[in-house]
Design a protein around this ligand. Structure first.
Ligand code: AMP
Ligand code: MG
Length: 349
């Protein structure tokens, strides 16, 4: 389970809104803490709006989860060459996931469901380091496994066709949209709030946050948590414009064995947790993109990541552990949007 950044966010929202009225609703879904804050004058149906957000979250996560064999996502399975009709929501998420996959030459990989289970990183599991042979046999068909990003090995696991159809490019793969689905759901809740006449809001699902509309009491301010202390910040993003921000961190789901930390973001070249960062925070125009990219850029690391982020109109900061201590690598575009707290910029990228 993620630590409760919602509480942190809600506290920030409350302390920063001055005389503005803010109503915050916190609930638990998708194995994480979620929250919505509505700004502006309170309305009689605020509670009904919160109930709609909860039920829409449950509906969408039910479609997109890889934890249920009955989900719309789990229906996208079969043999190479199969053409399947897929749910609109699955196609929409997959479209962005495949774009992130292409942009990072396979660093973002929606085929790692079985690997996640092998490492014991699914909800309710207790993790341990698996045998190398077990990793080998799971990833034998993965074109990126044991190849570098530059090898040209990447092939998308699925090709989307017009009319909500998809062709499978590999056999017997259970897909996992865990690195992107929460962002998509945040975007959907954002649009739902707009349609319900609540344009001024903050929506947060675990590490994914979207800010919509305006706040009369000053700019939006969203904290970036310290990857080694849930109750303190490593940065603060300030903006008068709406934006989406996502953080992927090695603290969300992990176990320790023989003094090493093993977590839930995998490098598809090795089948092991990526050690390219402690956390990556991405700002983009939509949460589905910031979510996909925060996972992808974690795996790509701060040397290769900036070019991929720029190619998709996003910006990022990596928090890394160096022999000289913990420090941050901040893309130039990001410098005017965020301020580091208790961290310095790394000497080398
Ligand atoms: P996030 O917290 O957004 O970084 O997402 C982490 C989740 O994404 C994991 O729990 C897995 O379900 C999935 N995942 C892990 N590694 C990758 C990867 N390399 N590419 C895409 N999804 C991944
Ligand atoms: Mg993500």
């Amino acid at each position: 389970m993620r630590l409760p950044p919602a509480a942190l966010l809600a506290a920030l929202a409350l302390t920063q809104c001055g005389r503005e009225t803010v109503r915050t609703h916190v609930w638990f879904s998708m194995s994480t803490s979620m929250s919505v804050s509505l700004f502006g004058a309170a309305q009689a149906d605020d509670e009904a709006v919160f109930a709609k957000l909860e039920s829409e979250t449950a509906r969408l996560s039910g479609l997109l989860t890889d934890f249920s064999a009955a989900s719309a996502l789990s229906a996208v399975q079969g043999s190479v060459g199969d053409t399947l009709q897929i749910a609109t929501e699955v196609a929409e998420v997959m479209n962005v996931a495949l774009e992130a996959g292409r942009a990072g030459n396979g660093a973002f990989d929606i085929t790692l469901h079985d690997l996640k289970w092998l490492w014991g990183m699914a909800t309710g599991q207790t993790g341990s380091v698996p045998a190398s042979a077990a990793i080998d046999s799971l990833l034998a068909d993965n074109p990126v496994y044991r190849s570098g990003w530059d090898s040209g090995a990447y092939r998308p696991p699925v090709t989307l066709l017009p009319g909500g159809k998809a062709v499978l490019n590999r056999s017997g793969v259970q897909l996992d949209l865990g690195g992107v689905a929460k962002g998509y759901i945040v975007d959907r809740l954002h649009r739902l709030l707009d349609s319900l006449g609540r344009p001024d809001h903050i929506i947060q699902a675990g590490g994914d946050t979207r800010v919509g509309g305006r706040k009369t009491s000053g700019p939006w301010r969203i904290g970036i948590r310290n990857p080694r202390a849930a109750d303190s910040l490593s940065g603060m993003i300030t903006s008068t414009e709406p934006f989406s921000v996502s953080t992927s961190g090695d603290y969300e789901r992990f176990f320790e064995q023989d003094g090493m930390r093993y977590h839930h973001i995998f490098d598809p070249r090795t089948g092991r947790p990526s050690h390219n960062a402690l956390a990556v925070t991405v700002i983009a125009d939509s949460s589905v993109l910031s979510d996909a990219l925060s996972t992808a850029l974690f795996v790509l690391g701060p040397r290769r990541g900036p070019e991929v982020a720029r190619g998709l109109g996003a910006m990022a900061v990596w928090i890394v552990q160096r022999p000289e201590g913990r420090c941050a690598i901040v893309m130039d575009e990001m410098r005017s949007r965020m301020e580091l707290k208790g961290l310095s910029v790394c000497a080398e990228p």
